[in-house]
Design a protein around this ligand. Structure first.
Ligand code: WTA
Length: 644
């Protein structure tokens, strides 16, 4: 199939669709012509205590200030819970599917509301109040969603840290936002293995004096030490707590959560999202992109530790009164057909996953998919990294029987929700393209000088104006916010991604143009991995780049210079891999380590990463100009000792 093959909308499936092609065009035009009017209407999709009269007040220049619905008052947990009680209190809000296929649970909106109120009351009893930060370090269990919503109910700001992060990574995220409470579990389960969350948390807390209390969910029942006065069992606290808890009135611009994400420099940034705009965006995009219809079961396979889990497991689906499926396990355990088994078991209508999962399932052929009916499925989605056309087509043909629309959704932690994606029954799809922007989103491509490029072209992806779900600042570092996103191309939000636009105006995301890696859909800064490596006593210097990887999209390729006198042995190579896993977490484990007696540097000492990327990718015949290097001979050595 050629690169620009069109998969057209199937009219028989489009019956009753929320948005068809004509409606999409009208919405696009309206959002551009009258953003105030458009978003005033859309804001009605959430429950306000005081509806906003001021809609949009945003500036991408100077101090950069982004405010949406700024005089509105609401509480996110009310939109996600209370307002559904009358109409759908007994409908299932969360289907939980355990790691072990024999375990599952269903939680109705009424149950969820009570569980959230009990935990919120308990947290209040521990002194948590509006504006306090609460870190969550939890497995994919219902309590993770309960804890997020309980924070929202009190106006406390949650910071969810992915359960696969190391004690050090957890500690630095707690220290940065000075959380006073940590909510964790004894252990997590993934693919038949246990994850020692409480043990990791205890290790992390040695350097986190701000944390006064720890709430521990008894999940596996594994033995864990409890520190008297600090540690409390979740079930004990909640049993004693009131099942009623009044929602805290929050200004639309009061913070809802912080989520740490990797950038090209320094330590992870605390991306801050506020209440009103984020929630409107979560509900709006969940309904439009997935054509969500009442009563349907929606399954996003992400972890709540990432933004995808925040927006499309918790806030978006619950704001829309959906049934959201939360999966504790991994897609290929105990069998490679696990996803399709779960789809049939719970009659999933919409399935949303990452290209890396699709590629790993694709390797195993069609039989495991065909084994299950998948009749309930209506829409397939992809997120997190560029999806290669081959994987897109396999997903479409094998999983979707060449019938179901595939929505390739491009967005970022910073954007709060999806920005570029086909609406499934309004926009024809092309395998490998995220297609067109959503209403209210104005993407553009610019050259390296910031000039806007017209028509079919390739360039840096920027967004010209604000949308309600946009991050508002970096927690306690507004200067870094301006520097990171608004200084490269002044007056524009710079995504860090490159993209191509074809003659139909379709966007094809080509990947990061900065020093951020995307490994299996997980975002990582090369600088973080480098600083983990140089923290090892035998390492003098390290440079980390991405390399093409058939399964993970990108792999982690490290060039390491040892201190003089140190021997580059196989044992040391293994030790360094283990070291990075321990320092950051298993997701950051290097795929390749090359011993580098010297690194290619300019005369001013700057490492020329372009060359290192080329060598890692084995594209050594197109190295480009190396004449500006301080010592051009190091390049030959690196080429001859390339690993892999
Ligand atoms: C990449 C995840 C191509 C991109 C929601 C972005 C994608 C980064 C896509 C954000 C997609 C995400 N096609 N690339 N559909 N979706 N990306 O913050 O490089 O974890 O900048 O948010 O993932 O990753 P993050």
């Amino acid at each position: 199939m050629p690169d620009d093959a069109l998969i057209t909308v199937k009219p028989e499936l489009a019956q009753g669709a929320k948005v068809d092609a004509a409606r999409y065009r009208t919405m696009m035009a309206e959002a551009l012509r009258d953003p105030e009017g458009f978003w005033r209407e859309e804001a009605k999709r959430v429950a306000w205590m005081t509806p906003p009269t001021k809609i949009k007040n945003t500036s991408f220049t100077g101090d950069v200030s982004i405010k949406w619905f700024e005089d509105g008052v609401l509480n996110a947990s009310v939109s996600c819970l209370d307002r559904h009680l009358e109409s759908r209190g007994d409908q299932v809000a969360i289907i939980w599917e355990g790691d072990d296929p024999e375990t599952d649970a269903k939680v109705t909106y009424r149950d969820l509301h009570e569980r959230v109120c009990r935990l919120a009351s308990a947290m209040k009893g521990l002194g948590v109040k509006k504006g306090d930060r609460v870190t969550l370090y939890l497995p994919m269990i219902v309590e993770a969603a309960v804890a997020m919503l309980a924070c929202a109910r009190l106006g406390a700001v949650h910071s969810v840290v992915f359960g696969g992060f190391s004690p050090d990574s957890l500690a630095s995220r707690i220290e940065d936002c000075e959380s006073t409470l940590l909510i964790t579990a004894d252990e997590g389960r993934r693919g038949g293995r246990k994850v020692p969350l409480k043990t990791n948390a205890d290790e992390a807390l040695k350097s986190c004096p701000t944390v006064q209390n720890v709430i521990v969910v008894r999940n596996t029942g594994g033995e864990v030490p409890m520190q008297a006065g600090r540690d409390h069992w979740y079930h004990e606290l909640c049993a004693q707590a009131s099942p009623q808890c009044e929602p805290e009135p929050m200004n639309a611009e009061d913070p809802l959560f912080i989520l740490y994400t990797s950038g090209s420099t320094g330590k992870p940034k605390g991306v801050l999202h506020t209440t009103g705009g984020y929630l409107v965006w979560a509900g709006f995009t969940h309904e439009l992109v997935f054509d969500y219809r009442p009563g349907e079961v929606f399954w996003c396979t992400a972890d709540v530790g990432w933004v995808t889990g925040h927006t499309y497991i918790v806030y978006g689906p619950l704001a829309n009164g959906a049934t959201t499926l939360m999966f504790e396990g991994v897609p290929n355990w105990p069998g490679i057909d696990r996803c399709w088994q779960v789809v049939d078991k719970h009659q999933v209508n919409i399935f949303y996953t990452a290209p890396t999962a699709i590629r790993s399932l694709m390797r195993e052929g069609e039989a495991p998919v065909r084994k299950w009916s998948r009749k309930s499925l209506r829409i397939l989605g992809s997120v997190g990294e560029p999806i290669n056309p081959e994987a897109w087509l396999w997903y479409y043909r094998t999983v979707g029987e060449s019938r179901l629309p595939v929505v390739d959704t491009w967005w970022q932690t910073e954007t709060g929700g999806i920005l570029i994606s086909p609406l499934p029954f309004a926009v024809d799809q092309k395998p490998g393209s995220a297609t067109l922007p959503l209403p209210g989103v104005q993407p553009a491509l610019v050259d390296n000088e910031g000039n806007i490029l017209e028509s079919a072209t390739e360039g840096n992806l920027v967004i010209l104006d604000s949308w309600p779900g946009q991050m508002r600042t970096v927690f306690r570092d507004h200067e870094r916010f301006i520097q990171t996103y608004f200084s490269t191309f002044p007056g524009r939000y710079f995504t860090g991604d490159g993209a191509r636009r074809d003659a139909d105006g379709y966007y094809w995301i080509t990947g990061r143009v900065d020093d951020v890696l995307n490994v299996s859909g997980h975002r990582m800064g090369t600088a973080e991995i480098e600083s983990a490596l140089v923290a090892h006593p035998k390492v003098a210097e390290a440079a980390v780049v991405g390399m093409p990887h058939a399964l993970k999209g990108q792999g982690i390729y490290c060039y390491v210079t040892l201190k003089s006198g140190e021997e580059p042995t196989e044992a040391l190579r293994k030790e360094l891999v283990a070291w990075v896993r321990k320092e950051i977490g298993p997701i950051a484990a290097p795929d390749a380590i090359q011993w580098a007696p010297g690194l290619p540097k300019t005369r001013s000492g700057k490492i020329m990463r372009r060359i290192l990327r080329k060598i890692a990718a084995n594209e050594t015949d197109s190295l480009g100009d190396t004449s500006t290097l301080a010592d051009p001979t190091v390049v030959q050595d690196l080429i001859s000792n390339r690993v892999g």
